[in-house]
Design a protein around this ligand. Sequence first.
Ligand SMILES: Nc1ncnc2c1ncn2[C@@H]1O[C@H](COP(=O)(O)OP(=O)(O)O)[C@@H](O)[C@H]1O
Ligand SMILES: [Mg+2]
Length: 273
Amino acid sequence: MADDPVRSPRQPGKARALPGHVGIRALRQHLPEVISTVQQTGQAVPITHHGKRVATLVPASQDPALPQIIAFASLKGGAGKSTLSMHLAAAMSKDRSVVVLDADEETSVWKWKLMAEENGLRLPFDVQVASRNTLVRTARQLANQGHTVVIDTPPNNREILKTAALVANLVLVPVLPTGIDMDRLGTTIELLQEVEAAKPDFSWAVVLNRAEARRRLVREAKEALGEYPKLRNAVRSLAAYATVFGAVPTELAEFEALWEEIKSVFQADEVEA
Ligand SMILES: Nc1ncnc2c1ncn2[C@@H]1O[C@H](COP(=O)(O)OP(=O)(O)O)[C@@H](O)[C@H]1O
Ligand SMILES: [Mg+2]
């Protein structure tokens, strides 16, 4: 194809699939083709002017506006951090490369992966273990390599919660709509507000988990959450979420909706900025 707009940098005269670059003039003429190449290959295409890179067209799955590091955190155990980490990671894997970092010494998501492997199953994302000392470095390295990172954190550990929040772009706080969980939320949120005050490029939101069964509780929980940021999409209590430990999460509709909501919030922020 003589007029393939995406050309090899080493052989400018010769059209090649990728890696390649597009000169500004070619971009004007061939924008739809260049965009579909980026979408189909999932690879970024440099835009050049007089042989110098002036911009890069990146696929939506690498959109820099989206959070690259998402941590699930709550000082309360049993709120659903590990369950939601694995399900959101599975939903996100449909349009990007995801790595779950297990920062909990109990290593429940790491064990989940090992058990899946023993059963001959392959999760659609990688799971790695990180300690408090390695968490920041590992998360940043993975994000720089183009992975979206999901950090699962332990309960009752302020240090790791803070470390995870410091490296994350977004912290999601799962909370069960019960009085005792709502009560414990305050300490988690205080910590997140400290991080928020110290760091730009940081957001957090509450996610109601096991929300549908007790409508009155859910209503009260929403009232109690008041002005705290919360996701519109909640997660229901489903047997499928509890019994999938050690296997590939497949019940993903609610997590796809959650991911779409996160994407739309972050992309909207970018437009307003
Ligand atoms: N939405 C849900 N539906 C059904 N079971 C859930 C749900 N969320 C969590 N669970 C179950 O509740 C227990 C605690 O969840 P877990 O994710 O381990 O919490 P955490 O990691 O915050 O301690 C687990 O047995 C898990 O399977
Ligand atoms: Mg856990």
